[in-house]
Design a protein around this ligand. Structure first.
Ligand SMILES: Cc1ncc(CN)c(N)n1
Length: 222
C-alpha cells in the first residue's frame, strides 16, 4: 500500500531510514532470534510510548485547520489508544504483566527523548512540524510489518508482525499519508519542496527516524 507522496520523499531523503527499518531488533522479530525478555521490555516501554503518541496525535486535532484533518487525526488517536495498544496489553497479560503495571513502567531516556521531541514539535510548531515528527512512527511500522510478513522465517513474533501488516494498520498508514499530503498542499501549495520550510520539515522527519533507531537500541538492552 502507498503511504502518500510526501512520505516517500521524506523517507528517501532520510539517510538513517534503512538503519531504522532493517534494525537488528527488526531482524530478530523476523527470524525469531530476538530474546523474549527484550521483547517484553520493549513492549512495556512501547505501551508508555503509545500513551504519549496518542497525546501527540490528539494535539494534531487541535492544530488542524479543517474538519477533514481533524477526522483523520482523530482516527489515528483511536487506532493507537484502542487498537494498537491492545496487542501490548494482551501480550503482556499472557506474560503475567497487568495493565496497571504497564502504566507504571519507568520510562527509559530513549523513550522520553522521542515522545517529548514529537510533542515539542507540535507545541512549538504547526501541524506540518508535528506530522513530520509523527510520520516515521506510523509509516515505519507499516513498512516493517509488511516486509516481515513477507520475509519472516519464524512465527515466534507472528502476532506482532501481523498487527502491523494487518489491513487495519495499513489503512491507518494510508490515511495518515492522505492527511500529510493534504496538509502540505493546503499550507505550502503545489510545489512544497520549493518552500523555505521544506528543509526544516525534512530535518524533523530525519530526527524522528534517528529517535526510532534509539528506541530499537533501547529495546535490545532490557
Ligand atoms: C517506538 C514506536 N514507533 C512506532 C510505533 C508504531 N505506532 C510504535 N508502536 N512504537
Amino acid at each position: 500500500m502507498k503511504y502518500g507522496n510526501t512520505f516517500a520523499v521524506w523517507r528517501d531523503n532520510a539517510p538513517a531510514w534503512p538503519a531504522y527499518s532493517l534494525h537488528k531488533f527488526v531482524r530478530g522479530l523476523g527470524d525469531g532470534t530476538l530474546p523474549h525478555d527484550a521483547f517484553l521490555h520493549y513492549l512495556k516501554q512501547d505501551y508508555v510510548f503509545l500513551i504519549h503518541f496518542s497525546r501527540a496525535w490528539a494535539l494534531a486535532i487541535t492544530k488542524a485547520d479543517t474538519v477533514e484533518e481533524m477526522r483523520l487525526a482523530a482516527g489515528t488517536v483511536n487506532g493507537l489508544i484502542n487498537e494498537e495498544i491492545a496487542l501490548h496489553i494482551k501480550t503482556c497479560a499472557e506474560a503475567g504483566i497487568d495493565e496497571a503495571t504497564l502504566f507504571a513502567t519507568q520510562e527509559r531516556q530513549e523513550n522520553l527523548a522521542y515522545t517529548r521531541y514529537v510533542l515539542d514539535a507540535g507545541h512549538s510548531g504547526d501541524l506540518l512540524d508535528l506530522l513530520a515528527a509523527l510520520a516515521p512512527c506510523v509509516m515505519g511500522y507499516g513498512e516493517i510489518g509488511s516486509h516481515l510478513a513477507a520475509t519472516k522465517t519464524s512465527d515466534s513474533y507472528a502476532e506482532w508482525i501481523n498487527t502491523y501488516a494487518s489491513a487495519e494498520y495499513q489503512q491507518v498508514c494510508h490515511d495518515v499519508g492522505v492527511l500529510i499530503d493534504g496538509a502540505i498542499a493546503r499550507r505550502l501549495g503545489n510545489d512544497p519542496m520549493a518552500s523555505p520550510r521544506w528543509a526544516a520539515l525534512q530535518a524533523r522527519f530525519a530526527m524522528a527516524t534517528q529517535l526510532e533507531i534509539g528506541f530499537w537500541d533501547m529495546g535490545l538492552n532490557p
